[in-house]
Design a protein around this ligand. Sequence first.
Ligand code: 9Z3
Length: 345
Amino acid sequence: MATTLDAAERDYFTNNPPPKDLKANTTLAREFIGRHADEGRRVVLVTSGGTTVPLETQTVRYIDNFSAGTRGATSAEYFLENGYAVIFLHRQFSLLPYSRHYSHNTRSFLDFMKEEHGRVVVDEQHQEAMLRVLRQYEAMKRDNQLLILSFVTIGEYLWNLREVAQLMQPLGPKAMFYLAAAVSDFFVPQDRMVEHKIQSSEEFSATNSDAKGNTLARPPAARTEGRSLVIDLEPVPKFLKQLVDTWSPDGIIVSFKLETDPSMLVKKAQYSLNKYAHHLVIGNLLLTRKWEVVFVSALEGEKWIRVPQNRRTKSFSGVESMVGAADAGREKQDSHHSIIADQGA
Ligand code: 9Z3
């Protein structure tokens, strides 16, 4: 069993092609890591947002993983504030550090502005909060502390993760991996993916061919049978194992575990920790993720971090969250905890 799994993990990068922008991303990451290593900075790779699983090569349909990117984008701000250089590998168009305060709301960013003597200025009631964010943003820019890379599919995520992790390997324990992205567990391998849009109408028989028009060697993972769409996905290789064992064995590795059933959370987090023997698993439940998380580590066992009831606020969309309230209580928390649990991260 172990051999099969190892082979599947190894073969993933042989059988599934790299994304087009991988080379460009690698060049940027190499320069960024080198510069910060010379300056003696710690570097953290923060992953954020959900990965998609395309069903066709020319993708019309795909399966998505839930994540707005709040945890990743918020945590990145705290890492930056604590002196880290941050590589922010995120799902395209999900939340970004700093701009997240003014994007993805039911309000437009224009609602924060007004006209004064023919010039655009920030509305009085938003001055203080925006000035605080702007100062942090400018400090980060001054030191070139943030590199933003993006992915959409699970394949793009895995290729970028591997490249960046290998580039970070020489940093040893000065490299941290903070894996908050919501990563698909199942996917369609390249040799089971049709080139063209899956046809739903029986009159247009489905073609099981690749980009060159050759019939796929194996049955397509997503296909119509009669009038039904049948999707038969394969497991994504255990990338955490490769990260811990080979890509960056001396790095500090923090993974996240997302569950919906409270009785499973700690069990699954512990299972992951035992299996991969990395540093920390942070568990969260879909419905309560904005105000409570559980840390599971070999050193400290199980430890819950909760934002008190009176510091949870309503966001613009009306969803209860820690945004804003947590900022007020920032200095009361130690930096490690505030990176993770504060502000709805
Ligand atoms: C998380 O658990 C994140 O905290 C959330 C953040 C995705 C819940 P939002 O972006 O949500 O703030 O809306 N991420 C990890 C989920 C995941 O896919 N983990 C894998 C697993 O559970 C292992 S890396 O197996």
